[in-house]
Design a protein around this ligand. Structure first.
Ligand code: HEC
Ligand code: HEC
Length: 287
């Protein structure tokens, strides 16, 4: 062992190592550093004892308090399911009318309904029910089949002209099949346009009045106000599913289109249908 020797210039101890006349000074670790180091060793031993730490051949050391992040997660999930159950039970037991009158349930339905709508309905009805050409807008107060929350619930559950037995049904006859002549179709289209102030030929519209009263009023109402039991749209409001031009209206009379909306009873559970009904009802024009 080399004798401890002081460096002549700095006056500090050297380690006794020497290379080609260069000696290494002995610079001990600072005390605060050493103590922190010892404390962290003691801390880690404590940690190994208390918490799961070391892998073993068949698993791991579990620690005396038996903590497991998975158990923690399971506990959180159970708590969440339990709070959700409370909601689900209420939603199953109550009608959509009752749900939309209870502000707490309404909030919950809105949050869930918005997500369900975005996923299932937006492809046909547009984001937030803003409508796409040939599909009705849901965010207005013009309803084909009724805008009360109960009507909406029925529509969503069973669909419109869907394959479900309880679907809403209503067909517009094809007036192009020898029922009306070309000029009658043109006249009645002008009359329909006049109901929302869009006619360009008043004499033609005048001639269409009679045809409308005979052929159309039975479904669309005497003044074109619509009839929800038939799903016949209001024609006097300037809101159109199939377009507002005279050409669009003439083709609906001469070769009618019929929208199909799928039934959701077999695809969504009742709680989800109730939530999305309340959401649609709130979009703007709920009655
Ligand atoms: C495949 C396209 C399609 C999908 C998906 C769809 N719908 Fe529809 N929906 C329609 C069509 C088409 C109509 C209009 C039918 C008609 O002309 O009577 C309609 C009508 C409606 C109506 C009646 C509107 C009124 O004025 O009375 C409601 C309410 C409605 N849909 C809600 C929904 C909800 C909620 C969803 C999602 C769970 C949904 N729809 C998904 C096509 C769709
Ligand atoms: C048996 C009932 C019935 C009769 C009669 C009927 N319609 Fe319709 N009409 C409907 C239904 C139902 C729709 C909705 C189709 C849909 O939702 O897809 C409709 C839709 C329309 C539309 C499209 C509205 C829009 O928003 O785009 C026009 C226009 C129209 N009818 C005009 C007429 C005219 C004009 C007559 C008479 C010549 C007539 N209808 C007779 C049931 C009827």
């Amino acid at each position: 062992m080399a004798e401890i020797e002081k460096d002549a210039i700095s006056g500090r101890e050297t380690t006794g190592h020497e290379w080609d006349g260069i000696k290494e000074l002995n610079t001990p670790l600072p005390r605060w550093w050493l103590y922190t180091f010892y404390v962290s060793i003691i801390w880690s031993i404590g940690y190994w004892i208390v918490y799961p730490a070391w892998p073993t051949l068949s698993g791991y050391t579990e620690g005396v308090i038996g903590y497991s992040s998975r158990a923690e997660l399971t506990k959180e999930l159970e708590a969440r399911d339990e709070s959700r159950m409370v909601w689900t039970d209420k939603f199953s037991a109550l009608s959509v009318e009752e749900i939309s009158k209870d502000s707490e349930l309404l909030n919950y339905a809105m949050a869930g309904g918005r997500a369900i709508f975005a996923e299932n309905c937006a492809p046909c009805h547009g984001a937030s029910g803003s409508g796409i050409s040939s599909y009705p807008v849901l965010a207005d107060d013009d309803w084909l089949w009724g805008g009360a929350v109960g009507d909406i619930y029925t529509t969503i559950s069973y669909g419109i002209r869907s394959t479900h037995d309880d679907a809403r049904l209503g067909e517009m006859p094809n007036f192009g099949d020898d029922m009306l002549s070309g000029s009658q179709i043109s006249d009645v289209a002008e009359y329909v346009l006049s109901l929302s102030g869009g006619a360009t030929d008043n004499t033609s519209a005048e001639r269409g009045t009679e045809v409308f009263a005979e052929e159309c009023a039975g479904c669309h109402g005497e003044n074109g106000e619509g009839m929800q039991s038939m799903g016949a749209p209001r024609l006097s409001d300037g809101i159109w599913i199939y377009g507002k031009s005279k050409q669009n209206i003439m083709s609906q009379i001469g070769a009618p289109k019929h929208g199909v909306m799928p039934a959701w009873v077999d695809r969504l559970d009742d709680v989800s249908i109730k939530q999305v009904s309340v959401y649609v009802h709130s979009l703007g024009g709920g009655q």
